[in-house]
Each structure stands twice: as structure tokens, then as C-alpha cells.
Ligand binder design. Structure first.
Ligand SMILES: *Cc1c(COP(=O)(O)O)cnc(C)c1O
Length: 373
């Protein structure tokens, strides 16, 4: 089946008693078992381990990413941290310089205490990354396109370098979504999602996920770690996320079209020094993005000609684009990223990150036009 069809149908199982077409929310925290602990036919016991809504979402994510198994989490950070905590030190972890700031902070603040050495590199340069990968490497983390500078990583090239030493490649696929990019097919071992963004799609459900290429001892170890840490999502959130996924294909089509048109408009405007959007031919990663993505996504960032002050002025003048963090919802958002990233931010102070929503493109361009005047 095509991804568009899968997005509508994957994971959807109807209730046998009511024949309801839409999934229901199962709030029960516990499931009846026999006196000796033998589980019922569904194999469920306690909500922190597994539950019906979680299963449905995981089945959908597995199908969309082409994985062997998937795990849903309470947030993207819960997914990332549970994965990182499942590694046994000592060893080395290779990380992009431009990576989601929460992941960078966790890696810098916590992992060295557990015996890990961090190696940070510019992932737009696959050769520089490959030079850092060696026998001590336990994990390589990539994020493409990256948040917020929109760098593009050649997933297949990094996967090859990673596997030369038997290490694992994790790819944060939040910006692209499985509709536009499938890292497992390009050689990654694990895909990470903040489902809070495009997958849920309506800025109302926090969540995260990991999709594994193989259901091996590592994947099972992460699953066991999730049960111990309790990093799972509540049934209402997994239900909302699956609901969002069903309209992912048409939403992504609008996000891509609007972002592409806005990028072209902004690139010509004298108040904008640079537009970071992989769909533009001026983007250094354009050729790689065109090869590994089916669309260039709804995210872009701009560098403002007048520096930090100009960036803040433009952001405060925008009306349809709300100044808020997060991304991937139907509504357009803008954010002066450096102002909200924690210490150690690598984001330039003249940069605005833009999450282009699914409003009418004429209104979105008119909003920038008046803000840039
Ligand atoms: C938001 C985000 C995260 C973190 O996910 P949460 O759901 O907020 O915990 C990780 N990576 C990227 C690229 C993100 O945009």
C-alpha cells in the first residue's frame, strides 16, 4: 500500500463488540489475569508495560517507517533518553553540532557521568562525521533536516560509516515525518520521532516514538527500560496521535507547498539575508534532500539582515505566525530560537525558526510582507 493509504488505515482496529469504525480510548490501568498470573488472550497485564491504544499507535508507526517494532513514549525526550539510557558505557557517542537542544543538553550533562565521551561534528559534512566514528563508537545520532538550522545529513553515507564499526545509527525524523523520509530504508537502525509535532499535528498532544529496524536484544532492552522508567504515553495522547496520523498525508502536502512558496518569497526579500530551506537550490544540502526525501517539509529558518534586533522586531510584527515554541501543527508559528534554547545554544542570534502551517499561502506571505516593511 502507498504511505497515504497506510496513514489512514495502519493500526486501526475496530472494536469487536460495537463494530465502531473509529478506535476507542481504553483507559483501564489493569487487565484481568488468571490466579497464577497467566494473561488473557490479548496478553496485557498493566498499563505501564503495554495497553491497547499504545499498541495501535505503535502498529501504525511501524508500518509507516517500515520497521520491525515500534515503541511509543510520553514525549520525544522520553524516547531519546530511554534509548540513550539503554546503552552501557564506557564508549563514544557521535552527535551533530546542530541537534535538538534537549538532546544536546542531555548528552552533554548526563552521558559523561556514565562514562561516555561525546564527539560533536557538522553532519552536513559526511566525511567529517565518518572520521569521528571508530571502534569505540557505540551510537551515532543524526537529525535531518536539523532543528533549527535545517542542515541536511546524508543518512545512507553516515549509516555506512556507522556500520563499518558495528555501531548503531539513530535518526531523528521529526521534521520530515515518515511521509517524506524513511531513514530505516536508507540504513538507519532506529528512527526517533517527537510525535508532538507533525504526527499528532494539532499542537495538543505530547508524545514520542522509536521505530527499530530489527526486533533484537537492543530493541527489547529499550522496551524493558521503558516499562521500568514509566516513560509511556497516556492512552488519550496515543489516541490523539493516531487520530492525527490519519490526516498526515494531506497536511504534509499543504505544509510542503506553503513552506516552499514562502521560502521563495523570503529569499528575494532584502530584509532577509538567508533562507534555510532544503527545497531551495541555494541550500547546500539540496541535492541530498532531493535524493532522500519525497518533499522538503514545512520547516524553514531565516537569517535576518539587521541582526538580532531586526529578527526580534520582525517576529513581534507577525500576526498570523504566532510567537511560540514547538512546530508541526496546522497553525503557523515563529520563534527566535536562541532566546529559548538553554545554555550551550549553537543557534545564530539573527535566526528565526518558522513552522509553516496549512493556512492560505496568500495570507502567510502577506503577513511576512507587512512584518518586513
Ligand atoms: C520537539 C523535538 C524534540 C523533542 O520532543 P518532545 O516531544 O518535545 O519531547 C526532539 N527532536 C526534534 C527535532 C524536535 O523538534
Amino acid at each position: 500500500m502507498n504511505l497515504q493509504t497506510l496513514a489512514v488505515h495502519a493500526g486501526i482496529t475496530s472494536d469487536a463488540t460495537s463494530a465502531a469504525v473509529a478506535p476507542s480510548i481504553e483507559l483501564s490501568t489493569t487487565f484481568e489475569h488468571a490466579a497464577d498470573g497467566t494473561r488473557g488472550s490479548a496478553g496485557l497485564e498493566y498499563i505501564r508495560e503495554d495497553n491497547p491504544n499504545q499498541r495501535q499507535l505503535e502498529a501504525a508507526l511501524c508500518a509507516l517507517e517500515g520497521g520491525a517494532t515500534a515503541l511509543a513514549f510520553a514525549s520525544g525526550m522520553a524516547a531519546s533518553v530511554t534509548l540513550l539510557d539503554s546503552l552501557d558505557g564506557p564508549g563514544e557517542i557521535v552527535l551533530p553540532l546542530d541537534v535538538y537542544h534537549g538532546v544536546r543538553r542531555y548528552c552533554r550533562e548526563v552521558l559523561p557521568k556514565r562514562g561516555f565521551v561525546l564527539r560533536e561534528a557538522d553532519f552536513a559534512d559526511a566525511r567529517a562525521v565518518a572520521a569521528l566514528i571508530g571502534p569505540a563508537t557505540q551510537l551515532v545520532w543524526c537529525e535531518t533536516p536539523s532543528n533549527p538550522q535545517m542542515f541536511v545529513t546524508d543518512i545512507a553515507a553516515i549509516a555506512e560509516a556507522t556500520h563499518r564499526y558495528g555501531s548503531l545509527l539513530v535518526a531523528d525524523n521529526t521534521f520530515a515525518t515518515p511521509l517524506l523520509q524513511n531513514p530505516l530504508a536508507l540504513g538507519a537502525d532506529v528512527v526517533m520521532h517527537s510525535t508532538t509535532k507533525y504526527l499528532a499535528g494539532h499542537s495538543d498532544a505530547l508524545g514520542g516514538a522509536l521505530v527499530f529496524a530489527r526486533d533484537d536484544t537492543f530493541a527489547q532492552g529499550v522496551r524493558a527500560r521503558r516499562t521500568l522508567s514509566g516513560a509511556i504515553a497516556a492512552p488519550f495522547n496515543t489516541w490523539l496521535t493516531l487520530r492525527g496520523i490519519r490526516s498526515l498525508a494531506p497536511r504534509m502536502e499543504f505544509h510542503c507547498r506553503n513552506a516552499g512558496a514562502l521560502a521563495v518569497f523570503l529569499e528575494k526579500h532584502p530584509a532577509i539575508a538567508r533562507v534555510n530551506y532544503p527545497g531551495l537550490e541555494s541550500h547546500v544540502g539540496h541535492a541530498i534532500a532531493a535524493r532522500q526525501m519525497r518533499g522538503f517539509g514545512g520547516m524553514l529558518s531565516v537569517r535576518c539582515s539587521g541582526g538580532r534586533d531586526a529578527a526580534l522586531r520582525i517576529a513581534s510584527r507577525l500576526r498570523i505566525f504566532t510567537n511560540a515554541t514547538s512546530l508541526g501543527g496546522v497553525e503557523s508559528l515563529v520563534e527566535h530560537r536562541q532566546s529559548v534554547e538553554s545554555a550551550g545554544s549553537t543557534t545564530p542570534d539573527d535566526l528565526l525558526r518558522v513552522s509553516v502551517g496549512i493556512e492560505h499561502i496568500d495570507d502567510l506571505i502577506a503577513d511576512w510582507q507587512q512584518a518586513l516593511k
